[in-house]
Design a binder for this molecule. Sequence first.
Ligand SMILES: [Zn+2]
Length: 87
Amino acid sequence: MEKTHYCQSCGMPMEDSLYGTEKDGTKSPDYCSYCYQNGTFTGEMTMEQMIDFCATPMAEHQPGMTEEKAKEMMRQFFPSLKRWRQQ
Ligand SMILES: [Zn+2]
C-alpha cells in the first residue's frame, strides 16, 4: 500500500490530480495546486492564517468536527509540514 502524501502547506491528503506545478510545468512533489502553482505559493500567509483558512472546509467535510477541533488538530500537525517547519 502506498503511503498517503499530504500537501506540505495545507495538510490536505493528495491525489494525483491535486499536485501543484513548478516553474517549468513539472509536478511539485510537495504541494497541492491550491497552495502552489508555477513554482510559487498562491498566497503568502502564516501558519495560523492557513489554519483559519482550512478550519471551515475541514469542519464541513467531517461529521462531528467543529472548527475549534479542526484548528486544534492542525496546530499539532502543521508544524511538521515542510512549509512551516522552519518558522
Ligand atoms: Zn495545499
